[in-house]
Design a protein around this ligand. Structure first.
Ligand code: ASP
Length: 590
């Protein structure tokens, strides 16, 4: 039997306890040895005194960092002046009577809990040591509580937790599949699911009405700090619902999670932004609204501009849009402004025009000499600019101007600390277009996935003007990150076939890829819709981490490699032969 370090309290003074855990810090003060003992609950200071009878002091001499011990003794108050209020047990200590070494530990590849710049590769290779650090341990315990609360909440709302297969067929989330060759059917491959999308819809056709799953999804994409080849979604689907029902249950769930885990009350209903408005004002479909820097449309102001580029661009259907940086003149040097031009170019801009606002709304520098008095007063009114502000302009197509200014506003906010880090801004983005034109594929593609229902009012435009059709979908955004997305689905097989036609998916192809879903839709499919949330990304934001690897127990590196297990690794020829696979000659065997 043992007691956990952080279980003890002042009222335990004078009582005897046994603790088990790891030696964290070891300090030899001659006749006294101090260690910090760490178990999963926290830390407790242990004192070994050479004057105490028995072997404990002798054994304590042998202790080293990360040795595993069992120690018994009496709790006492720390002498005055030696308390450590950063620890929960910082006013108490254990004076040891006996100690047993349960295991030793080799020299550590890195010091646990020291926020030194330990190479992440090394931390992943020795993940078990990294788990002993407070930060990672707290993140994973938080994650465990998070999923527990989700399950409790959804079970209470009549949702069923149903597993769907990993060895399956390609699913249409628009990414590259991971393939698994079949030994029993040589030449055939399973695909790991990019999401359980098709299966959750089949469950609705089967009458389950409310499904959820905390499930691994697999997408073979280029990795970034917020992407992993396998990641976890909270996946949900409901029958006989409209978008407001899915939105409402999601809000209730998040309000509960934020309140229980962060003690933060979130106002409901969440803000809702139309996709067009999000693009127009924030240049992004996942706007960060923790700071202003709203993009303004100044096309009207500059219709007769003395600047030829502006005038010509407007004539050719382009726009003039701008972002005003409050007190920019104080924040930015001339050199900073020049550097911003390069940044804007990296974002796809042709240039970056600017003007400073000085006293009495006069304009200075940049393009100010090309701006007439009339334009100036309308421009000041439209941007709300004040003395000391700098206005940055884009003259381009709406798409490019929005994109560049959207990225510029984020860049400025991050670089000049305009973001209130304590805010949690949750909002829905709705009314996305159903389709977009892919320059790469030279065809119309689905913005979400091909099972997303068009907005009912737009169905009649499907065949005549598909790119103007909106979808019945919704994305949830937290602090400028998309944390979830879903839609009302198509439950009518005829409509589904029309969508495939618009997406240039032939009936034969549709049959091969999604035949089972099309069949199911013909057998009394109820209206249904759902949503999926990216659990890792949400946890990363809530834990203030920069990378989702810090909220996942066993993540991969940016190169999709696992330093702990050395996966992926080579396989032997017999395994390959059984799978009917021969490696290309120029692949070196491992
Ligand atoms: N399956 C979708 C995704 O993974 C989410 C949904 O539509 O429910 O993005």
């Amino acid at each position: 039997m043992r007691t956990l370090c952080e279980e003890i309290k002042e009222s335990d003074i004078g009582k005897e306890f046994t603790f088990k855990g790891w030696v964290m810090h070891y300090r030899d003060h001659g006749g006294l040895i101090f260690i910090d003992l760490r178990d999963y609950s926290g830390i407790l200071q242990i004192v070994f005194d050479e004057n105490i009878e028995g072997e404990s002091f002798k054994t304590a001499k042998k202790l080293r960092n990360e040795y595993v011990i069992s120690v018994t003794g009496t709790i006492r108050k720390r002498p005055e002046g030696t308390e450590n209020d950063t620890l929960k047990t910082g006013r108490l200590e254990l004076i040891a009577k006996s100690v047993e070494i349960l295991n030793t530990c080799e020299v550590l590849p890195f010091q646990i809990d020291e926020e030194s710049e330990v190479n992440e590769f090394i931390r992943l290779k020795y993940r078990y040591l990294d788990f002993r650090s407070k930060r990672l341990k707290d993140n994973l315990i938080f994650r465990s509580k998070f999923t527990h609360l989700i399950r409790e909440f959804l079970n209470g709302k009549g949702f069923f937790d149903i597993e769907t297969p990993f060895l399956t067929k390609s699913t249409p989330e628009g990414s590259r599949d991971f393939l698994v060759p079949s030994r029993l059917n040589n030449g055939r491959f399973f695909a790991l699911p990019q999401s359980p999308q098709l299966f959750k819809q089949i469950l609705m056709v089967g009458g389950f009405e409310r499904y959820y799953q905390i499930v691994r999804c697999f997408r073979d994409e280029d990795l970034r700090a917020d992407r992993q080849p396998e990641f976890t979604q909270l996946d949900m689907e409901m029958s006989f619902v409209e978008n407001k029902d899915v939105i409402s249950i999601a809000e209730e769930l998040f309000a509960m999670l934020f309140e229980k885990l962060l003690n933060v009350k979130i106002e409901r209903p969440f803000k809702v932004l139309d996709y067009d408005e999000a693009m127009d004002k924030y240049g992004s479909d996942k706007p960060d609204t923790r700071f202003e820097l709203i993009i303004r449309n100044l096309t009207d102001v500059f219709e007769n501009s003395a600047l030829n580029v502006f005038k010509e661009n407007i004539k050719n259907g382009g726009v003039i849009k701008a972002v005003c940086l409050p007190e920019g003149s104080n924040i930015l040097s001339r050199k900073d402004i020049d550097e911003l031009l390069n940044t804007a170019k990296e974002f796809g801009a042709k240039g970056l025009a600017w003007t400073k606002v000085s006293e009495n709304n006069a304009l200075e520098g940049g393009i100010s000499k090309f701006i007439s008095d009339g334009e100036r007063s309308r421009l000041i009114a439209a941007t709300g600019a004040k003395n000391g502000d700098i206005i940055f302009y884009q003259s381009d197509s709406k798409k490019t101007a929005d994109n560049v200014l959207g990225r510029l506003r984020l860049h400025l906010a991050k670089k000049y600390n305009l973001i209130n880090k304590n805010r949690l801004d949750l909002l829905w983005v709705v009314n996305f277009p159903l389709f977009e034109y892919s320059e790469e594929e030279k065809k119309i593609v689905a913005v979400h996935h091909p099972f997303t229902s068009p907005a009912v009012k737009d169905i009649e435009k499907l065949e005549t003007d598909p790119l103007s059709v909106k979808s019945d979908s919704y994305d949830l955004v937290l602090n400028g990150e998309e944390i979830g997305g879903g839609s009302i689905r198509i439950h009518n097989s005829k409509l589904q076939e029309t969508i495939f036609k618009i997406l240039s998916i032939s009936p034969e192809d549709a049959k091969i890829k999604f035949g089972f879903l099309l069949d199911a839709l013909r057998f009394g499919a109820p209206p249904h819709g759902g949503i999926a949330f990216g659990l890792d990304r949400i946890l990363m934001i809530l834990r203030n981490e920069e990378s989702i690897r810090d909220v996942i127990a066993f993540p991969k590196t940016q190169k999709a490699y696992c330093p702990l297990t050395d996966a992926p690794s080579g396989v032997n020829t017999i395994q390959l032969r059984e799978l009917g696979i021969k490696l290309n000659e120029n692949i070196t065997k491992i």
